[in-house]
Design a protein around this ligand. Structure first.
Ligand SMILES: Cc1cc2nc3c(=O)[nH]c(=O)nc-3n(C[C@H](O)[C@H](O)[C@H](O)COP(=O)(O)O)c2cc1C
Length: 298
């Protein structure tokens, strides 16, 4: 069909729509329909729901990385494969890196959306390079600004009051992924430089639960929510309260989810890092506690 015929056909269908009184379909709806004809797999990791909320915009059934890691066979083939996860210190959570190291992906289009709260620095380039090192070619990596759940620096009540323009940015990303745009977001360094970042990113936030957390025993009702949201199975019932130990993702899911606010971060006096407001906690408003448990429970 040449250009003239195509335009004629388009005109005829618009006229038919107008005559039938049907509203023309939006571009977003057309993109969503087009995506339905393709096989798209979307994997995610989340502690407080931002990344799950984003993953759900790309797929009706996004796949939890901590659950997937329990499987032996991590071989995936699809038309489009996406990974959605938070930014941790300009790098990517250990559990997501482990997943990419262990998995084998076959897809003509690979994309990644990284949720962050304040400064994404060069996380897209970092992630692109990491994936390349594992033989995975990312076609598209873009960070998206959301509530910053990093308790040492931010007060959640203040964060939740800030308009981060997530919907507008998400619409752009959905559209770009829908048309298979090739794009790796350039660095936004602010006052950081690459050497400072490399130190942080190389460190990969290695942390243990006992070093990071402290329990306000008088508040703990032993509901075990902390255990249920921990992707590393770090919590167990104790005579009084709960005990915790082991390699920690530093995702803060346990601290944010505790209904009693019984878990806090150790203060600067006892060891790094303390927190800004131990009475303010966060979960994305469209994500339930049951969603976080389903995503992370071991
Ligand atoms: C350990 C840790 C480190 C973080 N580092 C950064 C950072 O360097 N820059 C940033 O903008 N946000 C940072 N954040 C905030 C998260 O990336 C952001 O809130 C994310 O959307 C949380 O996603 P989730 O709700 O899916 O867990 C960090 C959060 C944690 C827990």
């Amino acid at each position: 069909m040449d250009r003239r015929e195509a335009l004629k056909l388009m005109g005829a269908s618009l006229a038919a729509v107008a005559m039938a009184g049907i509203a023309p379909r939006t571009h977003a709806a057309i993109l969503k329909d087009r995506a339905k004809n393709k096989k798209r797999l979307v994997f995610y990791f989340t502690a407080t729901g931002n990344s799950l909320f984003v993953a759900r915009q790309f797929s009706d059934s996004p796949i939890s990385i901590p659950q997937e890691l329990k499987k032996k066979d991590l071989t995936y083939e699809a038309d489009e494969i996406g990974i959605v996860c938070p930014d941790y210190a300009g790098a990517i959570p250990k559990i997501v890196r482990e997943f990419v190291q262990k998995a084998s992906f076959k897809a003509p289009y690979m994309f990644s959306v990284i949720t962050f709260g304040n400064a994404c620095v060069n996380v897209a380039e970092y992630w692109d390079e990491f994936c390349q090192g594992q033989g995975v070619k990312m076609n598209y990596v873009r960070p998206i600004l959301m509530v910053d759940n990093y308790l040492p620096v931010f007060d959640m009540n203040q964060q939740m009051a800030i308009d981060k323009h997530t919907d507008e940015n998400l619409a752009t990303i959905l559209e770009e992924v829908g048309v298979h745009k090739d794009f790796i977001a350039p660095a936004e360094m602010g006052f950081f430089n690459k050497d400072m970042l490399k130190g942080m990113q190389d460190q990969h936030f290695s942390m243990t639960a006992d070093r990071l957390l402290q329990l306000r025993e008088d508040r703990c009702v032993q509901c075990m929510t902390c255990a249920n949201v921990c992707p590393h199975k770090n919590f167990s019932l104790a005579d009084k309260g709960v005990s915790f130990a082991g390699d920690c993702e530093y995702c803060l899911a346990c601290v944010h989810a505790c209904p009693q606010k019984a878990l806090t971060l150790r203060s600067a006096r006892e060891g790094w890092p303390g927190e800004r407001n131990p009475e303010a906690r966060y979960r994305h408003p469209k994500v339930t506690l049951a969603d976080i448990v389903r995503s992370n429970r071991q």
